[in-house]
Design a protein around this ligand. Structure first.
Ligand code: PLP
Length: 392
């Protein structure tokens, strides 16, 4: 067999999908598994959105469309983001993609050259580091720590910014920790960036509608930031639309043109009938999305209380997304081993903190996009498993 491109050695992956495959394998052998590994709502897409897609199919939205998205959809997204983030953007700033994820890939391809430095949260969504490496740029981790509520360490950020830095990735609410960057941190970040005019910001705001106690704040709120920021947002999490593949980026017009060209070269355009459903999602009733958020909040409270009742586990109450990232350092075992044995021996699928980067050691990530009943089952199993693991 002929060989592969060398760059493939630098491309990472998302372990959640591998753990899901292993969990499915165990289920095929007859094991009962509680799935707390994958980051997707367990709810169905709201009916009004499904109906809008069916209508679009009947109306003939089955053809190629503009690469950046249907004009009427870009208008709706621009109005939504302008109102929601209180910024001045229009349809020329919007690029629609199949899921929010391509905005990471296309966005980084458009602004990074080999050798450039890119700062990103670690632990963090694994695709950031993977794509930075793939491009041949240098990933510079910004370490998130539980004792700092998983906020960025602003001194570390100031230390690690350099003349080589071309990109800073922010993610709030954050996967995997559920942490939030408060307004004062974002203000400080915007201020320090004033000394680094060559730095782009990729602000991953995919969980912007999943905050439980506070309002979402975007870094674009601060002076000079709209001109250098790519906002990534989408429909997967807010509207339980993971399988539809619908997301978007909002960015300066010149960059939007580059990202659009990348889209033309790759997926041509997002599917038309799915975009019509997206219009309904943003302009139709929001009660289903609100109800899902309320369900997540209850589950979060339930899971955090349950985890803290287990000896050796220490869990913060996260402010957003649908993940918890408890410390398991007191269990005295590597997180990957704990996650593997938790699945194999106790039938609970969770992710090792190290699936989110080297600085995730000492943590597990649980998604609470699952029923209270299943969360209870997982907690019972965990309480039985921990003494076996530690030999207590
Ligand atoms: N950003 C973060 C932080 C995520 O956790 C995810 C999905 O897990 C995405 C982006 C991508 O979402 P999607 O491509 O499904 O819209």
């Amino acid at each position: 067999m002929p060989g592969f491109a060398r760059a493939m050695e630098r491309l990472g992956t998302e372990t959640a999908f591998e753990v899901l495959a292993r969990a499915k394998q165990l289920e095929a052998q007859g094991r009962d598994i509680v799935h707390l590994e994958i980051g997707e709502p367990d709810f169905d897409t709201p009916g009004n959105i499904v109906e809008a897609c069916k209508r679009a199919l009947d109306e003939g939205y089955t053809h190629y469309g503009p690469s950046a998205g249907l004009p009427e959809f870009r208008e709706v997204i621009a109005s939504h983001i302008a109102a929601d983030r209180d910024i001045d953007v229009g349809p020329q700033n919007v690029v629609v993609t199949p899921g929010g994820k391509p905005i990471m890939f296309y966005g980084m391809l458009a602004v990074l050259d080999p050798g450039d430095e890119a700062l990103y949260p670690n632990p963090g969504f694994p695709i950031y580091e993977s794509v930075i490496n793939y491009i041949g740029a240098k990933p510079v981790p910004l370490v998130l720590r539980q004792e700092n509520q998983f906020r960025l360490d602003l001194n570390e950020l100031a230390d690690k910014l350099s003349d080589k830095t071309r990109l800073l990735i922010l993610n709030s609410p954050h996967n995997p920790t559920g942490g939030i960057l408060p307004r004062e941190d974002l203000r400080a970040i915007a201020e320090v960036l004033q000394d680094y005019p060559k730095v782009w910001v990729l602000s991953d705001e995919i969980y912007s509608k999943l905050l439980y106690e506070s309002e979402h704040v975007s870094v674009t709120e601060f002076p000079g930031m709209v001109e250098r920021t790519i906002i990534l947002d989408g429909f997967s999490k807010t509207y339980a639309m993971t399988g539809w593949r619908l997301g978007y980026g909002v960015m300066p017009e010149k960059l939007a043109q580059h990202v659009t060209r990348l889209e033309t070269n790759c997926n041509s355009c997002p599917p038309a009938m799915i975009q019509r459903a997206g219009i309904e999602a943003l302009t139709g009733p929001q009660d289903a999305a609100d109800a899902m958020r309320e369900a997540f909040r209850k589950r979060r409270d339930h899971l955090v209380a349950g985890l803290n009742a287990v000896e050796g586990i220490d869990c913060l109450l996260p402010g957003g997304a649908f993940y918890v990232f408890p410390s398991i350092a007191d269990l005295g075992k590597p997180a990957a081993e704990v996650a593997r044995r938790l699945l194999d021996e106790a039938g609970v699928a969770a992710l090792s903190g190290t699936a989110f980067g080297a600085h995730g050691e000492g943590h597990l990530r649980f998604s609470y996009a699952n029923s209270i009943e299943n969360l209870d089952k997982a907690l019972e199993r965990l309480a039985e498993f921990v003494p076996v693991l530690t030999g207590a």
